[in-house]
Ligand binder design. Structure first.
Ligand code: GUN
Length: 296
């Protein structure tokens, strides 16, 4: 068997096209465009490139954006103060505020993320948004988790009554995705297992998965023997490894070439979940602008 490819790029393009219409309608009604402010701390190449693709995607759908760059030496207090200033619209109207992660090690990441007002938290990381999701009344859902669920729905992969196994328990992906897949309704109603670095006999658990999601940040951790034949395999990992010629190469958490021969469907890296994460961020930014406009 060769698995069906889950093309995240193509789906993201369709989502962007539909968002473009909604953003234009917003602009016509409110005489302004939704606006996203991104805080980029330091000069990590990967973070710089993610932020660039977020800003480019925003531009394509008609969302204004600004990237506020801060040196890696910035302190927690300085970053909290910066986010507070952005929330007072001192960097222009900020419907959505996003602090690109990871932050430098000396920074208290939780303190900085908590400074983002929950009604502009387009990453969905604030405890208020995490709480709303856990209670089944989502507002801003973390973008990667939302993207994975959207990919499953779009591909017609049934989740109801199926066993979804998520490898990875992060606040950004694993935990919110588990809540989404277990929630009631389309793309939900699954039986969900979360595995992590302390799980014993990981392969015995992943082999039970009808839907297997790898979100641990370990290059090619999921091998073919860990996959049930015909399963849907979603690869959230984005790992940079040294290629054969010494250049950087992007690989996922799944051993793609081997797993492709076993799985029923599989998302590639790059071109799988990544573009959907960006598309979901745009959707959250429009939602943030609508919520703010609605409140007048
Ligand atoms: N770094 C890697 N993924 C993410 C994400 O989804 N949001 C933010 N803010 N930073 C990230």
């Amino acid at each position: 068997m060769t698995a069906t490819l889950l093309d995240g790029r193509a789906l993201a393009t369709r989502i962007e096209t539909s968002l473009q219409g909604e953003v234009d309608t917003f602009a016509t009604v409110f005489h302004r465009r939704p606006r996203l402010v991104v805080v980029l701390v330091g000069d990590l190449a990967a973070s710089g490139s993610y932020v660039k693709s977020k800003a480019a995607a925003a531009g394509r759908v008609g969302i204004d954006s600004e990237v506020v760059r801060v040196p890696a030496s910035a302190t927690t207090e300085e970053l909290v103060a910066l986010v507070a200033a952005i929330a007072r619209d001192e960097h222009g109207p900020a419907d959505g505020i996003l602090v690109q992660l990871p932050l430098p090690e000396h920074v208290d990441t939780v303190a900085v993320l908590d400074a983002v007002p929950p009604d502009r938290d387009v990453d969905g990381f604030h405890p208020e948004n995490a709480g709303l999701l856990s209670q089944g009344r989502p507002r801003f859902v973390p973008c990667t988790a939302a993207g994975v669920q959207r990919m499953l729905i779009d591909a017609g992969i049934e989740t109801a009554g199926r066993h979804a196994v998520i490898v990875g328990r992060s606040d950004i992906v694993g935990k919110p995705l588990a809540l989404l897949l277990a929630s009631r309704g389309p793309g939900g109603d699954a039986t969900v297992t979360i595995c992590h670095s302390r799980s014993s006999d990981l392969a015995a658990i992943t082999r039970q998965a009808d839907i297997l999601v790898a979100a641990v940040g370990r290059p090619r951790l999921v091998t073919a023997d860990m996959v049930k034949p015909g399963a849907a395999v979603i690869d959230v990992g984005i790992n940079r490894i040294a290629g054969p010629d010494g250049s950087g190469k992007l690989v996922g958490d799944v051993d793609f070439d081997a797993v492709r021969a076993v799985a029923g469907s599989i998302s590639p890296v790059p071109g799988g979940v990544g573009p959907l994460t960006v598309a979901m961020l745009l959707a959250n930014t429009l939602l943030a602008a609508e919520l703010r406009a609605g409140r007048g």
